[in-house]
Ligand binder design. Structure first.
Ligand code: GCU
Length: 356
């Protein structure tokens, strides 16, 4: 008997080789861009960084002196002048190279909820973190780096906030790749909820991220829309129009079964790199089951590259269990919508296990 995914999720044309997979990924990228997230500007030729403050209070109090901390102002040439924003860099202070997290964050710079920074440093990971609101406010206003670009939201395919924050994550990556503590082959992009959606789009746009981590990203992120409970894309056209391109308004009133795309197509853009999707049992709004379905439905893209996608013998998520054998990892944590220490530790366990 066919399972839910085989019965309900529309699939792309089968790809059997990496070359075929790449071609289909190009088509799927265009689809996700045109339906949801909008265009991205080209990467700037150069990102300039200025050290703007070393907060010894943070390095000493939050990390007991175990971490190097530096706040940087990044600037780069855009269509209409120089755009800039700041981020915070934390690295274990032992002179070695480390795997890093580029953390798209609700706050800055460290020590807040959602970011157990000391534990992360203790496990040997570095953190480059920025406050998304400082790149452009999480509201229907187009401030921050946006006025320096021609995409001013009058164009149907102009970027929305998810694209804007994802673009910033790549600029942070540009800079940390020049720093001595960073292992360039082991950089992950991570975000929670709306910022989990953003991490997925950042990973889809920038293959330099070796690992993409979506924590409870739900609708407009990792959750399959067909059969989904909780939030629906159609409702998002009203509540969060500014997260997406103006073209996303076309989805108003469209039933999930009538969409010509679904979330597995976004996940498939990460192949053949590593992808982690985390859910919480009590987070019906994001819908753990739909996130698991998306991982399963995306797996054939990894197989076309000769890699294993999701390895999971269960149709449903299992609270407290991580399915972390393949290039796609999935776990569901007991509890509510949050990016907790438990989630971070599960992600770091995967990174240690797969050396990514
Ligand atoms: C709202 C929204 C979700 C989003 C979440 C968040 O609940 O409906 O799509 O993921 O906010 O970012 O916390």
């Amino acid at each position: 008997m066919k399972n839910f995914v085989e019965r309900n999720i529309p699939m792309w044309e089968k790809a059997s080789t990496p070359a075929e997979a790449e071609k289909i990924q190009e088509e799927l990228y265009a689809l996700m861009r045109d339906r949801l997230y909008g265009m991205m500007p080209p990467a700037p030729a150069e990102v300039r960084a200025k050290a703007v403050g070393k907060d010894t209070e943070i390095a000493d109090k939050t990390f007991a002196g175990k971490a190097k901390h530096q706040r940087y102002r990044l600037s780069f040439d855009a269509d209409k002048g120089e755009a800039a924003f700041e981020y915070d860099y934390f690295a274990p202070d032992d002179g070695k190279k480390h795997p890093f997290f580029v953390n798209i964050c609700f706050h800055g710079p460290a020590g807040g909820h959602y970011l157990p920074a000391e534990e992360i440093i203790d496990r040997g990971f570095g953190i480059a973190t920025f406050n998304y609101d400082e790149v452009s406010l999480d509201a229907n206003v187009w401030d921050g780096i946006v006025p320096f670009y021609n995409m001013d939201r009058t164009g149907r395919d102009d970027w929305g906030k998810i694209g804007i924050w994802a673009f910033a994550a790549s600029r942070v990556l540009d800079h940390i790749l020049t720093l001595p503590e960073v292992d360039p082959d082991r950089i992950a992009v991570i975000g929670h909820s709306r910022l989990g959606k953003t991490a997925l789009w950042a990973g889809a746009n920038d293959p330099r991220f070796a690992l993409v981590i979506s924590n409870e990203s739900g609708c407009g992120g990792a959750a399959i829309n067909r059969g989904k409970v909780g939030e629906a894309l159609s409702g998002m056209t009203d509540v969060f129009p500014y997260w997406f391109s103006p073209a996303m308004q076309d989805l108003r009133g469209v039933a999930p079964d009538d969409l010509d795309f679904d979330a597995h197509m976004l996940l498939a853009l990460i192949a053949p790199r590593h992808l982690l999707v985390g859910s919480a049992e009590g987070d019906e709004w994001a819908d753990p089951q739909s996130e698991l379905y998306a991982c399963r439905a995306a797996s054939p893209m990894w197989e076309a590259y000769g890699k294993t996608g999701l390895v999971c013998d269960s149709e449903t998520p299992v609270a407290g269990k991580a399915f972390h054998e393949g290039f796609i990892g999935y776990h569901m944590r007991p509890g509510s919508h949050f990016m907790s220490r438990t989630d971070w530790n599960i992600y770091m366990d995967y990174r240690d296990k797969h050396n990514v």
